[in-house]
Design a binder for this molecule. Structure first.
Ligand SMILES: Nc1ncnc2c1ncn2[C@@H]1O[C@H](COP(=O)(O)OP(=O)(O)OP(=O)(O)O)[C@@H](O)[C@H]1O
Length: 281
């Protein structure tokens, strides 16, 4: 495969198209971060617009997870500003707008949570750990489970699922709040090639047909470039950014287009290609 560094422009900014009416979902201005004496990210500028799909690639230790942790407010930059949906991350409260799928975790088969409980936990948010689960919560979980075609696994222990099924459960958990932004941290590590392809097919569909912005860390350059069709790369230090805007939904006049879990569920149901992909799990 061609060396990616040869292709990357000397910039660390990902501007939106001229005249783009879509809002900034994530913006970083001059963000620098160090662990003790080790500088990991230096003066990073980044603009992720509504309906962008950003692929983030970098060698081990490049700072990918550190960047995601800063974006979701778990780490504070040494300098610079991070905004989510236009608000400084320290003041941001609408966390339900953001779905997060972590790196694959190997669950002990005896881990006590069921798939439904894992999916419902996506509703709890940062300050609502002990909220009562209502009937409407269960309906949202039903929609998320159905959209990911794992409703038949709802009562199984998460640790007893295959890697691909677990990833679907985590995607359902991330989707239960109807997020505007999905952040995926190497979502297919340790998953076989066929299941990876199904997973990417599903998120590609979600990006093309629904108003969801993606930021995804991946090691899979082939998937990023050929399959997802990301391009217009930029680079900052060892971090490399690939990008695509969702053209299906580019017309701003269509901004009221269905953006709901139920809409996604219906759309998934009506598309044979996606049904076939689901059947492969
Ligand atoms: N909590 C920590 N304390 C000190 N150094 C850390 C800490 N977490 C990460 N680092 C260091 O910061 C650098 C970036 O780490 P990070 O986890 O962000 O990289 P990454 O690009 O996600 O790597 P990988 O592909 O291996 O997951 C590495 O050199 C790592 O050793």
């Amino acid at each position: 495969m061609q060396q990616m560094t040869e292709m990357l422009p000397e910039t660390d900014v990902l501007p939106g198209p001229a005249g783009d009416c879509h809002q900034d979902i994530i913006s970083l201005e001059g963000v620098t971060f160090s662990y003790q004496q080790q500088r990991v990210i230096t003066g990073l500028n980044l603009s992720v617009r509504e309906r962008d799909f950003i692929g983030l690639i970098g060698s081990n230790g490049a700072g990918k997870t550190t960047l995601l942790k800063m974006i979701v407010g778990l780490l504070r930059p040494e300098s610079g500003v991070i905004r989510l949906f236009g608000e400084p991350v320290g003041q941001f409260k609408a966390w339900e707008k953001i779905g997060y799928v972590p790196q694959k975790n190997a669950f002990n088969p005896l881990f006590p949570a069921t798939v439904r409980e894992v999916v419902l936990s996506g509703l709890y948010g940062r300050n609502k750990l002990f909220r009562r689960i209502t009937k409407s919560d269960h309906l949202k979980a039903d929609d998320a489970l159905h959209a990911m075609k794992i409703e038949d696994l709802a009562d199984k222990r998460i640790g007893q699922l295959s890697g691909g099924q677990q990833q679907r459960a985590f995607l359902a958990r991330a989707l239960i709040n109807n997020p505007s932004l999905l952040i995926l941290d190497e979502p297919t590590v340790g998953i076989d090639a066929e299941t990876q392809e199904s997973f990417f097919h599903m998120i590609k569909h979600m990006h093309q047909h629904h108003n969801i912005t993606f930021l995804m860390v991946s090691h899979d350059m082939e998937m990023i470039r050929t399959y997802l069709g990301l391009h217009q790369a930029a680079q900052s230090g060892k971090l490399k950014f690939y990008k695509k805007h969702s053209h299906d939904l580019q017309n701003c006049a269509q901004d009221d287009l269905t953006h709901s879990l139920r809409g996604l569920r219906q759309e998934m149901d009506s598309r044979e290609e996606v049904v076939q992909v689901g059947d492969r799990y």
